[in-house]
Design a protein around this ligand. Structure first.
Ligand SMILES: CC(C)(COP(=O)(O)OP(=O)(O)OC[C@H]1O[C@@H](n2cnc3c(N)ncnc32)[C@H](O)[C@@H]1OP(=O)(O)O)[C@@H](O)C(=O)NCCC(=O)NCCS
Length: 147
């Protein structure tokens, strides 16, 4: 899915505000641009009064889609913006032909509560999969949601 430069600006504004640098999870602008150039990646942006508040980015494959990133700026959290993005992503993925939505997250991310209440179940655990910039190892959990 091609994205105009100002949409990338809005995604990056949320990216920089939302991700804790301690985990090194934020993508660079180049990574976002490259993903969207390939053609099987899709994004959505949530706005509040014209200001970018959240976004999601997913990659469609045969009968499944992977949620690559979902983020809401700290100023807009706990207003169900993340949940709306997730629900819409599920609907869009289903409309694109996916039967399940997959995602991977570090095991200590509180986003787990958002995923669990929205139909995701754990299907895998990768021990010590992530390494933080300061050298810590963290497990990765794989979640799936049937669509
Ligand atoms: C995860 C994230 C997207 C949630 O966005 P949000 O808009 O605040 O989430 P919502 O308001 O839609 O949350 C809906 C429900 O999910 C659960 N939930 C969401 N965030 C939670 C948290 N930090 N702790 C506990 N439960 C949480 C709650 O049940 C919440 O309902 P409630 O507020 O009525 O209790 C946001 O915290 C974020 O951007 N985090 C940093 C980026 C990140 O780690 N993304 C995920 C990995 S890519």
């Amino acid at each position: 899915m091609m994205a105009p430069a100002d949409d990338i600006d809005r995604i990056m504004a949320v990216m920089q505000a939302a991700f804790d640098p301690a985990y090194g999870e934020a993508w660079s602008r180049r990574q976002v641009e490259d993903a969207l150039l390939i053609g099987n990646c899709y994004y959505q942006i949530a706005e509040v009064l014209g200001e970018p508040a959240g976004f999601s980015l997913s990659r469609h494959g045969f009968e499944e889609e992977e949620l690559l990133l979902i983020a809401v700026s700290p100023d807009f959290r706990r207003r169900r913006i993340g949940e709306k993005l997730l629900v819409q992503c599920k609907a869009d993925a289903r409309a694109r032909g996916a039967r399940q939505l997959l995602l991977e997250m570090r095991s200590d991310n509180p986003a787990i509560h958002l995923y669990r209440r929205n139909g995701f179940v754990q299907i895998g655990l990768r021990k010590d999969y992530y390494r933080t910039p300061s050298g810590y190892r963290l497990d990765a959990i794989t979640f799936a949601c049937q669509l």
